[in-house]
Design a protein around this ligand. Structure first.
Ligand SMILES: *Cc1c(COP(=O)(O)O)cnc(C)c1O
Length: 374
């Protein structure tokens, strides 16, 4: 294989900090790099008092619990997203109710949220897919009007901005993932931000077995072990120092792909990602959407890219309402279209311009010359 879809770029002080942590004997979830990482991420994003946890999924799970979600409640979640989103709702005993996405931005819209609203709806999970901010300001307003909480899943959108404000600034809660392929990574890890200080205290407590911070072995809640470990945080401290670089790298790569693939878009073969006015996307993973042909054709193109050109690509998410664990007879045409037609291309810091050109050219051959072109 010549190009992987994703590759962590450990380009800064990651190794030095890990060595420091190991030398000091701090290899658990208690250590100074955890606090330092929380502070540095909070400062970079201009958000208050982040709480580092063991994964992005744990971040969602703890945030949803802190927002007071109960069995019988409903939470609106995009159908087109990663499975951790509805799962986090499911763990709380509440029911994820899916909503369709916009076919161009791929994010939820106020209209799609409204269509899934019921008297049992308690909150909305807005996911900023592929690094493009969702319509956070209008969704915020909608949630306030309907007395719903808003949780932003910023797993893809570290450093993305809407009208100058980082994603994570709009919700009652915001969750980040630092999995190996995310914009900033700790290998495995996540972070929770909450607007209300009491809820932050609750999440810190839940992270630590629900233990009373003032009384050892006295457990106030059914907690979790959801700590981020110090070695992961040490990697994260190296990563966050380079966050602006990693974001610029992704934007450089995305702009070059767009430039190279513009002709295919103009010919009506594909749709490229957009960056509407007021949005600053971090292009977590660059992707294109075929205009036609269905998933068979998409898989044929992906196989050819790999076998003939050594390019690993990824299909888009399977829409959640199509998974047996969540199937409920609903259908969401935009989400299904994206699920069948989307292709993720290699996107990682240090992918050279010439390499982006080579991948673009190969994809053009695969898409135009596949014999199945409608
Ligand atoms: C990566 C991701 C998460 C969290 O994943 P972890 O692997 O648990 O860190 C949550 N939501 C979305 C949309 C993601 O892509």
């Amino acid at each position: 294989m010549r190009f992987q879809t994703s590759r962590p770029a450990l380009a800064g002080n990651e190794m030095r900090y890990v060595q420091e942590a190991v030398a000091g004997g701090w290899i658990s979830g208690h250590g100074s790099f955890v606090t330092r990482f929380e502070n540095e991420v909070s400062r970079f994003l201009n958000l208050e008092d982040g709480i580092a946890v063991s994964s992005g999924t744990a971040a969602l799970q703890l945030a949803i619990r802190a927002l007071g979600t109960k069995p019988g409640d409903e939470v609106i979640v995009p159908s087109f997203t990663f499975v951790a989103c509805p799962n986090a709702v499911y763990y709380s005993g509440a029911r994820p109710v899916f909503a369709d996405c916009d076919p161009v931005t791929r994010n939820l819209t106020v209209e799609s949220i409204r269509a899934s609203l019921t008297p049992r709806t308690r909150g909305v999970m807005l996911v900023h897919l592929f690094g493009l901010p969702g319509p956070s300001d209008v969704v915020r307003q909608f949630c306030t009007e309907h007395q719903l909480w808003l949780l932003e899943d910023c797993a893809h959108s570290f450093g993305a901005r809407l009208n100058g404000m980082c994603t994570g600034s709009f919700g009652d809660a915001a969750c980040f993932s630092f999995f190996a392929n995310k914009v900033v990574s700790t290998g495995e890890g996540g972070m929770v931000f909450l607007k209300e200080p009491e809820k932050r205290e609750l999440v810190r407590c839940l992270r630590e077995q629900g233990m009373d911070p003032c009384r050892r072995h006295w457990h106030l809640h059914h907690g979790y072990n959801a700590r981020m470990h110090n070695l992961a945080a040490a990697v994260g401290c190296g990563q966050v120092e380079m966050a602006a670089y990693h974001i610029e790298e992704r934007r450089r790569i995305a702009h070059r792909y767009c430039r190279n693939l513009k002709r295919l878009e103009e010919a009506g073969d594909i749709l490229l990602p957009v960056e509407p006015p007021g949005c600053f996307s971090v292009y977590w993973l660059f992707s294109l959407v075929l205009r036609a042909g269905g998933s068979m054709r998409r898989e044929h193109i992906r196989r050819r890219a790999l076998e003939e050109f050594g390019i690993e690509t990824r299909p888009f998410y399977t829409p959640m309402h199509r998974l047996p664990i969540y199937q409920d007879g609903t259908s969401f045409p935009n989400s299904e279209f994206l699920g069948d037609h989307g292709i993720v291309l290699p996107t990682y810091s240090k992918l050279k311009d010439e390499e982006v050109d080579e991948i673009s050219q190969a994809m053009t051959v695969c898409i135009c010359g596949d014999g199945l072109r409608p």
